[in-house]
Design a protein around this ligand. Structure first.
Ligand SMILES: [Zn+2]
Length: 152
């Protein structure tokens, strides 16, 4: 179930971040024109996610894998993908919401200068992005995603 990879259209930036946290490889292009997005989808064998019905119809005519998401709300979008693809939250595969890099669990002692004190005191598990060095913990975002997708 965890092997889906996505191309997320420019209207769905929040969804891209949530998918990455949930453990799905998600490429996100802001402001890329439709033809390029379709090319990328064809060349990458990823599933294109879009809220643009016309773009969706074009992708279907080209025989590309794509899913049309009607809702503007990220939780509803995730629920839709859960129904359609069996999407689930995979803590061990979590990716960087900012850059899609792989996260590595890192000892608290190594991040203590990088994390606000409040978070340092409230959480015991921390992750660092191998690409952009962003530091993450299981804050409110995580809880919302777990509620929506269910834990594994
Ligand atoms: Zn990153």
């Amino acid at each position: 179930m965890g092997d889906h990879a996505f191309i997320v259209d420019g209207m769905l930036g929040s969804l891209a971040r949530w998918l990455r946290i949930a453990g799905y490889d998600s490429t996100y292009f802001r402001g890329l024109e439709d033809n390029r997005l379709l090319d990328e989808t064809r060349d990458s064998s990823r599933i294109m996610l879009t809220r643009d019905r016309e773009l969706y119809q074009r992708s279907q005519k080209l025989g590309l894998k794509s899913i049309y998401l009607e809702s503007e709300e990220v939780k509803a979008q995730l629920s839709h993908l859960k129904r359609e693809l069996g999407l689930e939250l995979s803590a061990t595969n979590s990716r960087c919401p900012r850059c899609n890099g792989l996260l590595k669990e890192t000892p608290k002692a190594d991040v203590q200068d990088l994390v606000p004190k409040k978070s340092l005191n409230s959480f015991d598990e921390f992750w660092v992005c191998g690409d952009c060095s962003g530091v993450y913990w299981k804050g409110s975002h995580w809880v919302k995603i777990r509620e929506t997708l269910g834990s594994t």
